[in-house]
Design a protein around this ligand. Sequence first.
Ligand code: C5P
Length: 240
Amino acid sequence: MKKLGLIHEGKSMKVYATDDPERVVVEYKDDLTDSTGWRIGKVAGKGALNNRITNHLMQVLERNGIATQYIEELTDRETLVRSSEMIPIEIIVRNVAAGRLAQRFEIAPGTPLRNTILEYTYKNDELGDPDVNDAHIIAMGWTDRDTLKTIEKTALRINDILRRYMRMADIELVDIKMEFGHDAKGRLILSDEISPDTCRFWDMRNHEILDKYRMEDTSMHDLPAIYERIAERVLQMDIG
Ligand code: C5P
């Protein structure tokens, strides 16, 4: 496999072509953005840790029958993945109230929910990733009804697998954001990353926040240590 030119640069990663059109290389960056996509700064070592956390969790999912983009970790920051045509929606699954849900209904972060909540946003930085529902998604042609049904079922199953897995490390998966795409063979696969940038992880032992939102009650300077700690807790567990 030969790494070729840059084909896309996102907020947290760069994507490179390879000599195989069905495979690309993703390279994780240290840049951190807030929930509106505003670039806040660099967190030293974050890219490498998110690369390893994502790959570990994607392998856990693969073992549990979920198709993902993961193929092979190449270096500390680079991974070979299946190229996919992305569906421009973000799927958020919430187990506990936090973030925008807590704000919207003025409830305390940490309030338990009687059932998991699945939400969609349209992936579009200029519009600030607006909230959308199934009708919007079908009406705009971002995907079809059957695929959306499969996405919903798969997202809930992924949440279930990862919530149980993280609990073995005494970490609560408060919420998680997912993105899906179709690979060259037309299979629906989990894409993007699963990391402390895209999930809320709370320590069940002492209620500490172990994700990027930690910066809200401490500072950016504490984040490298927080990413180290969550990585250590995740990576020490068996893939299964
Ligand atoms: O901000 P909000 O409460 O909607 O975030 C829910 C979850 O989705 C959080 O884990 C957050 O990190 C993730 N998220 C994301 N990318 C976005 C918006 C939210 O990874 N653009």
